[in-house]
Design a protein around this ligand. Structure first.
Ligand code: KG4
Ligand code: ZN
Length: 312
């Protein structure tokens, strides 16, 4: 069973070939270098880049694989940027018509949720912490398809706050990786930021944390006190990761699960990866190449669904 995965929900054009659950190939063209200069994604430019990149990837794909060797196409249909999703859909649907194989829409978040399962098996029920540029959620998964959100951010997503703090501090975009590498080299003391309170104890408020950090920078500037920006962003990372782990622990007290899963672009964070593994005896985290947006995780969702269906 060979599945072609296609992902275009944001600023990565990605194609993957998955055969019986094994990733044979994963090609991704990122637009980060273009959007670095703008300090954020510009949807119109992203769409144009996807058109160009998907054509390049198509050539690479069909140079290596026989067109008739695919059984299914899995593509990201939501959530994401409207224009870039449309490009993925049009490409996928044209291929599915010409190859006469089924076209299956996949939710991008389900891809992140199940990305760790490419290398490790998930035993259900499972709890997932999904952390990306657009989402911060705690999800209770009964099986491969039945997902319930039990906690989520009431405002900003954690990845978005990494990006905003980095941009506002003049460190660059996207901020997650930049702040993470500063944290890894930082040896000094940390500033104590407080963890925002929420009414539902499994929800998050990252806007509150962002405001504290930005207010700290502004107030030091107003008082003409020199700021150690590395200390500020390293302290932010420490608080943000503590906060994510603290909420995950609360969820584990309420829900008895067999697997704890991490997913989404922020799962590339070094501190989160280390701390998260300590939270449960059976914790799985995605391989770094499947942490940020990629088509392998999209194909994997379909693979698990088909495998599960065949077992029933
Ligand atoms: O899942 P993803 O690739 O795209 C979305 O679906 O949003 O996540 C991108 C987010 C960005 O906000 C980026 O700054 C963050 O993931 N990110 C990280 C790290 N690497 C990427 N955040 C913290 N630490 C990292 N090492
Ligand atoms: Zn994503």
């Amino acid at each position: 069973m060979r599945i072609l995965g296609i992902e275009t929900s944001h600023d990565d054009t990605s194609i993957a070939v998955l055969e019986n659950g094994k990733v044979l190939d994963l090609w991704t063209i990122s637009q980060i270098d273009i959007f670095k200069e703008f300090g954020g994604t510009i949807p119109e430019i992203a769409s144009r880049e996807h058109v160009k990149n998907i054509n390049l990837l198509q050539e690479v794909l069909f140079n290596k694989y026989d067109k008739n060797s695919f059984d299914y196409i899995a593509y990201t249909n939501e959530p994401g940027l409207m224009g870039t999703l449309q490009i993925g859909y049009l490409f996928a649907s044209a291929l599915s018509i010409s190859l006469n194989i089924p076209l299956i829409p996949i939710n991008h978040l389900h891809g992140h949720l199940l990305s760790a399962s490419i290398d490790s098996e998930i035993k259900f029920p499972a709890l997932c912490l999904l952390v990306s540029g657009g989402h911060t959620q705690l999800i209770f998964a009964k099986n491969y398809e039945d997902f319930k959100i039990i906690g989520q951010t009431l405002d900003d997503a954690v990845g978005e706050v990494f990006d905003k703090i980095s941009s506002k501090s003049g460190l660059g975009f996207p901020g997650g990786k930049i702040i993470d590498s500063i944290y890894q080299n930082y040896q000094g003391e940390f500033i104590e930021f407080t963890k925002p309170h929420t009414e539902n104890e499994l929800d998050f408020s990252f806007s509150g944390l962002k405001t504290q950090v930005l207010n700290y920078i502004n107030s030091q500037k107003m008082k003409n006190i020199p700021i150690d920006i590395k200390q500020v962003v390293a302290s932010f990372q420490k608080t943000a990761i503590d906060y994510l782990c603290f909420k995950t622990k609360l969820a584990l007290e309420k829900y008895n699960v067999k697997t704890l899963i991490l997913g989404g672009g922020v799962s590339a964070n070094s501190l989160l990866r280390t701390e998260f593994l300590k939270l449960h005896s059976n914790t799985i985290i995605p391989n770094l190449k499947y942490a940020t947006d990629n088509a392998a995780m999209i194909a994997q969702v379909l693979h698990l669904r088909l495998k599960h269906k065949n077992k029933d």
